[in-house]
Design a protein around this ligand. Structure first.
Ligand code: BGC
Length: 768
C-alpha cells in the first residue's frame, strides 16, 4: 500500500474515534480525500465508506424504488410517496428506476447527494432493452443478424442515448435461452442457442459498458433473468421451471457466464421457481454458482417485487421471512418489494441475518457506483446540452438502420419475386401493420414516442417510383394497446376485405404486412396459439385467391406457425419488429439495395403442438427411421417432427455452395481440430453468408444433442467468388458439463456439419 494511502487510512480512523457523528467539514474532507482519491483503490474506498455507514444506511443502498414522484414538482405530502421521499433523504435508497431525463434525474440525485447524511449518489436504472428513444430492432431480431459488431453498435447507441438522459444502468441484456415460442419474452432474448446466445451476450455487454465504465456515455449492464426464466413450463410467463443439471449447465447458464466474463456489472434474478426454489431465494444460483464458482464481484438485483412474490410461491411465510431468504441467498438489491428497507435491520438485530452479508451486498453496490464515476461527479449523466444533441441524432438513426436491415430474414423466394424493381410496378400494399408507425417499435421501448417509426408504407414509397396503393384489409388489434393486460384482437371485422381484394386484383405484386402487433409479445404476453392473430389468415387467403404474386412481410416477436403461407405464398420476409427505421430497412431489402443476410435464431414450428421444438434435441432411443411406416418411434401421428424453418435458416438473393469439408485432427498433438470448407457464391449478386459449424458427440457419459452450434463465420462473396473458411475446435467447443457439473472432454467419435443452417447435410467425421 502506498504511504499516502496509509496516511489517509490512519487519518480517518483517528477522526472517527473522536467523532461519532459526522460534522459537515469532516464529510467534505472525506469526500475529497477519500472518495475522489486517485491513489486509493476502489475496494479501499468502498471499505472506508462502509466503515462510516450505519446498518440502516447500508441496507438503504440495497433498496431500489420505482420513480414515485415528479421530482421537479412540489414534494409529496402524505402516503407512500412521502414515506419514500423521507427514506431518500435519510440515505435509505440506493437506486431508483424509471426516472428519466436530465431534469428529473438531476432533481432526484440532488436530494440523495445534498440531503442525505453521507450524500451517496443513486444509481439510476431503466429498461433500455433495444434503444432509448432511437429504437433498434427487438433483440430476437438483432440476433437474426448474427452480426456481433452490428449488435454491439446497437447497444452502444442505446447506451449513448440513455446516458444522455441521465440513466447509468440498463436492465439488459436479457440472456435467457428459450425453446418455447409461446413465451412472449422470446422477443427480448437471442433465441434458443447457448453458443449464439453467449456471443450476443458479450456483444451487448461490451456495447452498453464500453471499455470505460466511467465515461459519461457508457452505462452498467445487467444479465437477466438468473436463471431458467425462459424455461417457464408451457411458455406461460412467470411459470415454474423444472430443469435438470445437464440442461441448466449446458444450455441455460452459458450466456450468463459469458456475460460475467465480459465484465457485466450486475445480474438480475428471476420470477420463476427453479426445481422448487424461487430464483430470488436460490442460494445455489446466486451464491454457489455466481459469486463463488464464477467469482462475480458485481451485485444482484431482484426482479420487480420478486422478493415479496416468494410468499405467493409458497416459499416464504411472510415479508420478513422473504427478506431473510432473499438476502441470505445472495440477492443484493430489492427492486420494489420494500422488504429490505423495512425488515432487514430487525433481522440483523435478531441474529437471523449476518451483518457481514449486508456489508458485502452494500459494498458490491457501492463498488459499481464508484466504477461509474458517480462519486467523482454524481451529475455526470446530467448534461442538458448532450441530452439535446445525442438523442435521436442522425448517426444513431444510421446505426439502427444498419442493424435493422441485417436482421431481416428471407424465408422463401420462389421464382425470385424479390428483389422488386424500383419503377414501373403497380404494387398493392395490404395489412394494418403496413401503415402502423408504433407497432414496429416492438415491446420494451418505454421512452420512445408512439408513431415514431418509419412505416413499411412510407419506406416503400420513399425508395421507389412504383405506383403504390394501400388497403388496410383488417385491423390486427383494436382499442388500446398500451398497459392493458389483454389486447383486443380483431377476430370478427372483415369489412375491409373487399377493398383489399379489389386493390390486390389490379396490382402486379401484392405486399402483405401481417403478423403480431408490437405489443403482442413481451412480458406477460404469452400466447397459446402462435398463428397469425385475428382475421389475418382469412385475409391472406382471400387476397391469394385473386392475386398469387404475394410478398408476405411478417412482423412478430416470436416464431409463428405460418404453415399455410409457407406452402402457398411465393415470397416470405421475416421482418420482426425492426424499430425506428423499420420501413427503410424493409424497403432496402425489398428493392435489393441490401441483399438479405439474416438467419433464424429460433426454430419455426409447423404447429404449436410441436413446441418446444429446437434444433439441438436429443436423438432418443427411437429416432426417425426414414421412409418407415412403423408406429413405435418418437413422432406425432398428425404432424411431422421437422420444423417449418430450422434454426440458422435464411436465404439470400444469391446462392452459396459448400464443398470440400475437411477435418485436420491434431488433437493429440495440440488439442485442436481444424475444420475447413470451401464456400462459393453460385448466384449473380454479391451476398453475405453465415457459415455455421455444428458438432455431434456420438456417445458420451451424458447423452449429447444431435447437433450443437460451435462456430460461425460471416463473410461477403462476389458472384462466382470462393473462400476457404476455417474453424478451430478446442476443448471449449469439444467438451460439455457432465452431471457432476464438471467440464469434460470425452474420447470417441464426432460428426461435424458445416453449412448455411442447422439442417445442413455437409458432414465429416473425426474421433478424439
Ligand atoms: C421485468 C424485468 C424488468 C423489470 C423492471 C420486470 O417486470 O421482468 O425484466 O427489468 O420489470 O422494469
Amino acid at each position: 500500500m502506498k504511504s499516502k494511502t496509509l496516511y489517509i487510512l490512519f487519518f480517518f480512523s483517528v477522526l472517527q474515534l473522536f467523532s461519532c457523528k459526522e460534522k459537515e467539514t469532516d464529510l467534505l474532507a472525506f469526500n475529497s480525500e477519500v472518495l475522489k482519491s486517485e491513489t486509493l483503490s476502489t475496494d479501499q474506498k468502498v471499505s472506508m465508506l462502509l466503515d462510516r455507514m450505519t446498518l440502516e444506511e447500508k441496507i438503504g443502498q440495497m433498496n431500489q424504488y420505482n420513480g414515485f414522484w415528479d421530482f421537479t414538482g412540489p414534494e409529496p405530502k402524505g402516503g407512500e410517496a412521502a414515506q419514500k421521499m423521507d427514506n431518500l433523504k435519510k440515505g435509505w435508497v440506493g437506486s431508483m428506476l424509471n426516472v428519466t431525463g436530465v431534469k428529473d434525474v438531476r432533481a432526484v440525485q440532488k436530494i440523495a447527494v445534498e440531503e442525505s447524511r453521507l450524500g451517496i449518489p443513486l444509481i439510476i436504472g431503466f429498461d433500455v432493452i433495444h434503444g432509448y428513444k432511437t429504437i433498434s430492432p427487438i433483440p430476437i431480431a438483432e440476433a437474426a443478424s448474427w452480426d456481433l459488431e452490428a449488435i454491439k453498435n446497437s447497444a452502444q447507441v442505446a447506451a449513448l442515448e440513455a446516458s444522455a438522459a441521465g440513466i447509468n444502468w440498463t436492465f439488459a441484456p436479457m440472456v435467457d435461452i428459450s425453446r418455447d415460442a409461446r413465451w412472449g419474452r422470446v422477443m427480448e432474448g437471442a433465441g434458443e442457442d447457448p453458443y449464439l446466445g453467449s456471443k450476443i451476450a458479450i456483444a451487448r455487454v461490451e456495447g452498453f459498458q464500453g471499455t470505460d465504465l466511467s465515461s459519461p456515455s457508457t452505462i452498467a449492464a445487467c444479465a437477466k433473468h438468473f436463471a431458467a426464466y425462459g424455461f417457464a413450463e408451457a411458455g406461460r410467463d412467470y411459470n415454474t421451471a423444472d430443469v435438470g443439471t445437464s440442461t441448466l449447465n449446458n444450455i441455460i447458464l452459458p450466456p450468463f457466464k459469458a456475460a460475467k466474463d465480459a465484465g457485466v456489472k450486475t445480474f438480475m434474478n428471476s420470477f420463476n421457481d427453479l426445481n422448487g426454489i424461487p430464483a430470488t431465494g436460490d442460494t445455489y444460483l446466486q451464491r454457489t454458482v455466481l459469486k463463488e464458482k464464477w467469482n462475480f464481484d458485481g451485485f444482484v438485483v431482484s426482479d420487480w417485487g420478486s422478493i415479496a412474490e416468494m410468499i405467493a410461491h409458497g416459499y416464504a411465510k411472510d415479508g420478513n421471512h422473504a427478506a431473510e431468504l432473499a438476502v441470505n441467498a445472495g440477492s443484493d438489491m430489492d427492486m420494489e418489494s420494500h422488504l429490505y428497507v423495512n425488515e432487514l435491520a430487525s433481522l440483523v438485530k435478531q441474529g437471523k441475518v449476518d451483518e457481514a452479508l449486508i456489508h458485502d451486498a452494500a459494498g458490491r453496490i457501492l463498488k459499481v457506483k464508484f466504477e461509474l464515476g458517480l462519486f467523482d461527479d454524481p451529475y455526470k449523466y446530467c448534461d442538458e446540452a448532450r441530452e439535446a444533441s445525442v438523442i435521436g441524432s442522425q448517426s444513431n438513426l444510421d446505426e439502427v438502420l444498419d442493424v435493422a436491415k441485417k436482421s431481416i430474414v428471407l424465408l422463401k423466394n420462389q421464382s425470385n419475386l424479390l428483389p422488386l424493381s424500383k419503377k414501373g410496378k403497380k404494387i398493392a400494399v395490404i395489412g394494418a401493420l403496413a401503415s402502423d408507425k408504433t407497432s414496429p417499435l416492438g415491446n420494451w421501448r418505454l421512452a420512445a414516442e408512439n408513431n415514431s417509426a418509419v412505416s413499411l408504407l412510407e419506406g416503400l414509397k420513399a425508395y421507389s417510383k412504383n405506383t403504390i396503393t394501400y388497403a388496410k384489409g383488417a385491423d390486427v388489434v383494436t382499442g388500446k394497446t398500451e398497459f392493458v393486460s389483454e389486447l383486443t384482437i380483431n377476430t370478427t371485422d372483415t369489412s375491409g376485405f373487399n377493398e383489399a381484394i379489389l386493390t390486390a386484383k389490379n396490382a402486379d405484386v401484392v405486399i402483405m404486412a401481417l403478423g403480431e402487433h408490437g405489443l403482442q409479445s413481451g412480458e406477460g404476453r404469452s400466447r397459446a396459439n402462435i398463428g397469425l392473430p385475428g382475421v389475418q389468415q382469412q385475409l391472406l387467403e382471400a387476397v391469394y385467391a385473386v392475386n398469387k404474386n404475394i410478398i408476405l412481410v411478417l412482423s412478430n416477436g416470436r416464431p409463428l406457425t405460418i404453415t399455410w403461407a409457407a406452402q402457398h405464398i411465393p415470397t416470405i420476409l421475416e421482418g420482426w419488429h425492426l424499430g425506428t427505421q423499420s420501413g427503410n430497412a424493409l424497403a432496402q431489402v425489398i428493392y435489393g439495395d441490401y441483399n438479405p443476410s439474416g438467419k433464424l435464431p429460433m426454430t419455426f414450428p409447423r404447429s404449436v403442438g410441436q413446441v418446444p421444438l429446437y434444433y439441438n434435441f436429443k436423438n432418443t432411443g427411437r429416432p426417425t427411421i426414414p421412409g418407415s411406416d412403423l408406429v413405435f418411434w418418437t413422432h406425432y401421428t398428425d404432424e411431422e417432427n421437422t420444423p417449418l424453418y430450422p434454426f440458422g435458416f435464411g436465404l439470400s438473393y444469391t446462392t452459396f455452395s459448400y464443398e470440400n469439408l475437411t477435418v485436420l485432427n491434431t488433437y493429440t498433438k495440440n488439442k485442436e481440430v481444424t475444420v475447413t470448407v470451401k464456400v462459393t457464391n453460385t448466384g449473380k449478386t454479391k451476398g453475405k453468408e453465415t457459415a455455421q459449424l455444428y458438432l455431434r458427440d456420438m456417445y458420451a457419459s451424458v447423452t449429447r444433442p444431435v447437433r450443437e452450434l460451435k462456430g460461425f463465420k460471416q463473410f461477403m462473396l462476389q458472384p462466382g467468388e470462393s473462400k476457404k473458411i476455417t474453424f478451430t475446435l478446442t476443448d471449449k467447443e469439444l467438451g460439455f458439463f457432465n452431471n457432476q457439473e464438471q467440464w469434460v472432454i470425452e474420447k470417441g467419435a464426432f460428426e461435424v456439419f458445416v453449412g448455411g443452417d442447422s439442417a445442413t447435410k455437409n458432414k465429416a467425421e473425426f474421433a478424439l
